[in-house]
Write a protein that binds this ligand. Structure first.
Ligand code: FAD
Length: 418
């Protein structure tokens, strides 16, 4: 594993073993470099554990798109399950909110959709390859993802379908009968559905990340479980300081999800990362009334995904500090509504909370830190990081190797903010 003549422990150290870091480590190792992957926890234990498990082909429209302006009045009341916000946080982060909102114009949305389409397409291809080579193919379901409306929202569903069609993404518009045909065991509460037929889902995102990490280790990658305290320039490379020692490498990849900005600050980088927190709770499924695919209840503002341990109900967005105490208000509001769609039993385990790491343009940073050679940034994958992790990592590996990434990375350049 040592890179020998340089006296360093590895060619590359990857910080963070969520889906992004594990992917960067695996893709870099595939290029023949020696790689150490570091996390204080087991791989796939944080945001990449608790998400809804959707590998979304169609999430090309960032959340801050022009439709946000129409929705704003209902969000201002701070009672809508789709969005709760902490007024004190909003006062402290007015600048971030303004930048986020200023991106919600048609002119600024189209190029971001195109960029995300490239990232998503490359990533789904890798997921579908890796999940097989990692021996976890039984975890992926090619049953699509259903977005469903209780109201007669044909116009909205049709408009969403038109955008997908422009990008060559397939979907099917469904009426009440067609929804019942594909989900015969849910109650007939939805009038309109848009089935994203090229979207897949997994039954345990955390275990998929663990399988990818085992694949990396099986190929000679090294995994270290340590708290990372600091990153320090070290000659023409980098030293990573832990609570229990230090290691160095020529290249360093920061893939710490919602924690990514912290270790960069001492180097003079102020990454404008905000946290769209979200919650989940799982419930015992009723084997006689199974849910066959993830459903996004558009008006209820929640998702339900059949998982290994039960039906996972995930909530909308809570805008506040990353580490503020949990508020179960959104989850408590949507669980009874979800019960009105699918029959499920008692809760399995405690509610979970995570933080979607989001930059003001809703695009991740993928590339080199502007003022430091050998420092690579891979974070900010917001609502679709489980989907986009593999290609984010593969792009970083390609750039370290000096070759062209598998999709156009120009829109993701860290220099747009740093
Ligand atoms: C409710 C919810 C639902 C979601 N649903 C979906 C979905 O269906 N599909 C989808 O594509 N995306 C979804 N997402 C988004 C997705 O989960 C995230 O974008 C993605 O998991 C981010 O991955 P990551 O690797 O960047 O971060 P993480 O998975 O959080 O990994 C970061 C790692 O860094 C480690 N770390 C941090 N600081 C230190 C330190 N100092 N020392 C050592 N280790 C450290 C942490 O332990 C962690 O393991 C959802 C998110 C939420 C919250």
């Amino acid at each position: 594993m040592s890179s020998g003549v340089t006296g360093r422990e590895a060619d590359v150290i990857v910080l963070g073993a969520g889906i992004v870091g594990v992917s960067a480590a695996h893709a870099t190792r595939q290029r023949g470099l020696s790689v150490v992957l570091v996390d204080r926890r087991e791989p796939g234990s944080e945001t990449s554990y608790g998400n809804a498990g959707i590998l979304s082909s169609g999430s090309i429209s960032p959340l801050n798109n022009p439709s946000l302006w129409n929705a704003l009045p209902k969000y201002l009341s701070n009672r809508h399950p789709a969005l709760r916000w902490d007024p004190a946080w909003a006062m402290r982060n007015v600048g971030w909110l303004v930048r986020f909102l200023l991106n919600a114009t048609p002119a600024r949305t189209r190029p971001r959709a195109t960029a995300l389409h490239g990232l998503i397409g490359a990533s789904l291809k890798l997921h579908r390859e890796w999940i097989v080579s990692a021996g976890a193919a039984q975890r992926i379901r090619e049953t699509g993802w259903l977005k469903a409306w209780r109201s007669d929202a044909v116009a909205q569903a049709t408009a969403e379908q038109a955008l997908l069609t422009e990008y060559g993404i397939r979907s099917e518009l469904l009426d009440r009968q067609a929804i019942s045909a594909i989900e015969p065991d849910i109650l007939p509460v939805y009038q309109v559905g848009l089935l994203h037929t090229q979207t897949a889902s997994v039954d345990s995102p955390g275990n998929v990340v663990k399988a990818y990490a085992r694949m990396f280790a099986g190929a000679g990658g090294q995994i270290r479980q340590s708290e990372i305290k600091a990153i320090v320039p070290d000659g023409d490379g980098w030293r990573v300081v832990f609570g229990d020692g230090a290691i160095s490498a020529r290249h360093l990849v920061v893939a710490l999800g919602p924690w990514s900005a912290d270790l960069l600050r001492p180097l003079g980088y102020r990454a404008p990362l905000a946290f769209e927190r979200g919650y989940h709770q799982e419930f015992k499924p009723n084997a006689m009334r199974p849910l066959r695919r993830p459903i996004h209840d558009a008006e209820g503002a929640f998702l339900m995904t059949p998982m290994e341990q039960g039906i996972r109900v995930t909530s909308g967005v809570e805008l506040t500090s990353r580490d503020a105490p949990s508020s179960l208000a959104q989850l408590n509001a949507v669980v009874p509504v979800a019960r009105g769609v699918v029959e499920f039993g008692e809760a399995v385990g405690e509610p979970w909370r995570g933080a979607r790491p989001t930059l003001p343009d809703s695009l991740p940073m993928i590339g080199r830190a502007p003022r430091h050679a050998g420092l690579w940034l891979a974070f900010g994958n917001q609502h679709i990081g489980f989907t986009t992790g593999p290609a984010t990592g593969a792009a970083i590996a390609a750039m370290i190797g000096g070759v062209t990434p598998p999709f156009d990375v120009s829109a993701f350049s860290p220099s747009r903010y740093l």
